[in-house]
Write a protein that binds this ligand. Structure first.
Ligand SMILES: Cc1cc2nc3c(=O)[nH]c(=O)nc-3n(C[C@H](O)[C@H](O)[C@H](O)COP(=O)(O)OP(=O)(O)OC[C@H]3O[C@@H](n4cnc5c(N)ncnc54)[C@H](O)[C@@H]3O)c2cc1C
Length: 458
């Protein structure tokens, strides 16, 4: 059986190793960080994430969805906090049984790694950082270190920084798969060696910082538990997702530079003033605000597109390594999990031709990853600005009304992306068409009514 060398055991790496292990392949999975189960989990990405239909489907195929969802908190809609502390709840769907799930990144990572390790043909090696890949021979160059080689968030743009001390390992497989995230070393090797490799990275002008609302007395949640909280403030926003221990993880998405920005908010007074002005109802719930603000890193938000996602039958990319998106649709991980399902299907369809399987996988996913990248950027504007408006809330109500009146015919975009497995590209196209028909018809009705009124008056 062919041997796969996987680089990166983040969310998609562990899951992919389990899929490949189930298919009987020999798998060696290398991760630069220490084993998260030893209490060494180092953040750098969000502490919790929204898991929805696509991700759940990928977990179900391996029989581990229940294990993951046991620790999840349902989020049934958006709880909008205005500047006066007033709250408006907007359900995600007309069906109250459709909700997204807040799950801890560390516990999900552990479940997928353990799922992979149930297969005796899968081996997981922590503290191994990939520094290069020889594409033709499917050989990964790694540095083993007992000290974790963790680039700081702020310097993650520079990519791989080999651990200072550590011993070098060369691991040859039949295929190397880069599941090593947005700053992928495997993709770096493809960029350097494939002549017409397409690559683009676009950073938002906004960064993000995680803050905490600790649990109330007896582990109680101090805001509505089953909601994704949003403080939309036009050019920026804060969100909060619930955790099982009664806390909320808040994320502030804010401009890096500008008159009011991360760059200009340095002193305790600056921070306090900004939060008092913008998030007055959250401040009393955040006793560690100043320490969190000072000590937690400010992360950057990047969209990465590249092509192709494979080289012959020896190298392929999965998850953020192939298509990092900004987090505003809550779909990056869900899409990475969907990659694993599609790659597994392609390997099953072409068991004797891996290059064909990789080409099919790329063809089926690329358009959809590109569509998701655009949807995610659009949703940032929707979350930080439009959710605060009455027009937006009316549009959501109209969406749900039409969905009820035309079941199976009209599906709101958010529903298609979050609660179905309709490919992202098809969902985006269908939503545009629906909007054209609905708003075209509305415009027609308004115009007809206006003309009739004029005829009656004149
Ligand atoms: C603030 C924020 C909030 C988000 N919220 C959501 C959400 O709600 N829902 C959602 O679906 N998605 C969300 N995402 C996106 C999600 O985090 C990513 O899409 C997902 O983590 C991608 O999984 P991955 O396995 O491809 O990459 P990662 O999870 O980044 O894993 C990559 C792994 O590779 C390892 N690695 C990197 N380089 C090397 C190397 N050279 N050698 C060895 N190992 C290496 C890393 O240590 C890491 O463990 C969010 C992202 C951010 C930044």
């Amino acid at each position: 059986m062919s041997k796969f060398v996987l680089i990166g055991s983040g969310l998609a790496g562990g899951l992919l190793a389990a899929y490949l292990g189930r298919r009987g392949y020999d798998v060696d999975l290398y991760e630069r960080r220490a084993d998260p189960r030893a209490g060494n989990f180092v953040g750098g990405r969000s502490i919790n994430l929204a898991l929805s239909t696509r991700g759940i489907h990928a977990l179900e195929q391996l029989g581990i969805a229940d294990e993951v969802l046991r620790h999840a908190i349902p989020m049934r809609g958006r709880m909008i906090h205005d500047k006066s502390g007033n709250l408006h709840f907007a359900p995600y769907d007309r069906d109250p049984n459709k909700f997204i799930n807040s799950i801890g990144r560390a516990s999900l990572n552990t479940v997928v790694i353990e799922a992979a390790q149930r297969y005796p043909n899968v081996r997981v090696h922590f503290n191994h950082q990939c520094t290069d890949v020889d594409l033709d021979s499917a050989t990964a160059h790694l540095i083993e270190s007992s000290v974790e080689a963790e680039p700081a968030l702020s310097d993650s743009r520079t990519g791989v920084s080999p651990a200072d001390a550590g011993h070098q390992i060369i691991q040859k497989g039949d295929t190397v798969i880069g599941v090593d995230g947005a700053f992928s070393a495997v993709r770096g090797a493809m960029q350097r060696r494939i002549e017409d490799f397409e690559y683009s990275e676009n950073y938002l002008a906004h960064g993000y910082k995680e803050l905490t609302i600790p649990p109330g007395p007896n582990g109680a949640w101090r805001m509505e538990k089953e909601a994704l909280h949003i403080w939309p403030r036009k050019s920026f926003m804060m969100i909060a997702l619930p955790n099982p221990d009664g806390s909320f993880t808040c994320t502030l998405f804010w401009e890096f530079e500008g008159p009011r920005s991360f760059a200009t908010t340095k002193t305790d007074d600056d921070v306090r003033r900004f939060f008092d002005e913008e998030f007055p109802d959250a401040v009393p719930l955040m006793p560690n605000l100043l320490e969190d603000f000072k000590n937690n890193p400010t992360g950057s938000l990047v969209t990465i597109r590249c092509a192709p996602w494979y080289y012959k039958d020896t190298v392929a990319l999965v998850g953020d390594a192939a298509h990092a998106v900004v987090p505003f649709y809550g779909q990056g991980m869900n899409a990475a999990f969907e990659d694993c399902v599609v790659l597994d299907e392609c390997l099953a369809e072409f068991p004797d031709n891996r290059e064909r399987a990789f080409a099919e996988y790329f063809a089926r996913r690329k358009e959809n990853a590109d569509a998701l990248a655009d949807l995610a950027i659009d949703n940032f504007i929707e979350m930080r600005d439009k959710t605060a408006s009455k027009t937006f809330r009316a549009k959501k109500k109209l969406d749900h009304l039409l969905e009820g009146l035309l079941p199976g015919v009209y599906l709101p975009l958010y529903t298609m992306v979050t609660f179905t497995r309709i490919p992202y590209g098809a969902a985006a196209r269908r939503a545009k068409l629906q909007d054209r028909i609905v708003y075209g018809s509305l415009a027609f009705l308004v115009l007809t009514a206006a003309l009739m009124m004029i005829r009656l008056i004149v």
